[in-house]
Design a protein around this ligand. Structure first.
Ligand SMILES: NC(=O)c1ccc[n+]([C@@H]2O[C@H](COP(=O)([O-])OP(=O)(O)OC[C@H]3O[C@@H](n4cnc5c(N)ncnc54)[C@H](OP(=O)(O)O)[C@@H]3O)[C@@H](O)[C@H]2O)c1
Length: 270
């Protein structure tokens, strides 16, 4: 049996859609009323150990979607609780949605690397999907204003962005063929690096890209009502892209999918 956690999130929904016609798959989510589609659902909340004690019973392959919103200790506690419970339940293999190696400069890299280490030390088989940053995330970080201006501290930096749907396709491919991916780390970055000027051009001639400073962005984000932990997450993401650490492209995604990845610009504009 395959169980997909985080099934009500954006990535989880896409994975659930792709597994909807299987009779060996169940979904896990904090609120089963939000669960998409027709598959059976279990309440799985990494913050609530009572949902984990029997939540992974009978599971052969666990697709563990990172629950990455929070301070590092919060996220580590969540992932640790999930992996402890999976071990106790006798899960055979965990497929974990991690972060690309080039993301080591990002403020949220540490809990991903902690989780990878915990999985390597576990009694279970594992596959690590080192997901690149979503094209859809970049679209949100560099969205045009009503006046047609993209204001973001990206400088000339570019991101090897990935369409979220491609990462869902990759996770499904690994989940249904898990033994062939045991002990493997897939670096799932895009094949095209895009930045603020590329996005502006793709939006059309009426849109301009106007880089701002990190300080200006930090003040803007802090004033927007973001949670304290979100301010360094967002500023750090801009900073890593602007400094050129996120532009390296790669071919693992194409090899895993057996086809060309979706266009990140099309995904960003959709
Ligand atoms: N590569 C990237 O660009 C990128 C960007 C943003 C985030 N991420 C990471 O990738 C994950 C999936 O991305 P997404 O786009 O689907 O994000 P999303 O739509 O914001 O979904 C958040 C996910 O976190 C799960 N979650 C939160 N708290 C949880 C808890 N206590 N127990 C279990 N699950 C919990 C949610 O599960 P339920 O709601 O179903 O319970 C949901 O799947 C995120 O959680 C984050 O760690 C990656």
């Amino acid at each position: 049996m395959i169980l997909v956690t985080g099934a009500a999130g954006a990535l989880g929904k896409l994975i659930a859609e792709r597994l909807a016609d299987r009779d060996d798959t169940v979904l896990g989510t904090r609120d089963p009323r939000q669960s998409p589609g027709v598959l059976p659902v279990r309440r799985i909340d990494f913050d609530d150990r009572s949902t984990l004690s029997s939540g992974f019973d009978g599971v052969d392959v666990l697709v563990l979607i990172s629950a990455g919103y929070g301070e590092d200790d919060t996220v580590i506690a969540r992932h640790g609780a999930a992996i402890d419970a999976a071990e106790k339940a006798g899960v055979g293999h965990v497929v974990y949605t991690s972060l690309t190696a080039d993301g080591d400069h990002l403020p949220y890299a540490l809990p991903h690397r902690w989780t990878e280490r915990r999985l390597r030390e576990s009694t279970m088989g594992w596959t690590i999907l080192r997901n690149g940053l979503y094209a859809e995330l970049l679209a949100g970080l560099a969205a045009p204003s009503a006046e047609g201006r993209i204001t973001a501290p990206l400088g000339e930096g570019r991101l090897a962005a990935v369409a979220r749907a491609d990462l869902a396709d990759a996770a499904v491919r690994v989940a249904v063929g898990a033994p062939a991916h045991a002990g493997r780390v897939h670096e799932l970055v895009g094949e095209q690096a895009i930045g603020g000027a590329d996005l502006a051009r793709a939006h059309g001639p009426h849109i301009t890209y106007e880089p701002e400073t990190l300080g200006e962005a930090r003040a803007r984000i802090a004033a927007s009502g973001a949670e304290p932990f979100q301010v360094p997450m967002l500023v750090g993401t801009y900073s890593a892209i602007a400094a050129g650490f996120m532009s390296r492209t790669g071919g693992d995604l194409r090899r895993l999918l057996g086809r060309e990845p979706r266009s990140p610009l099309a995904a960003a504009l959709a």
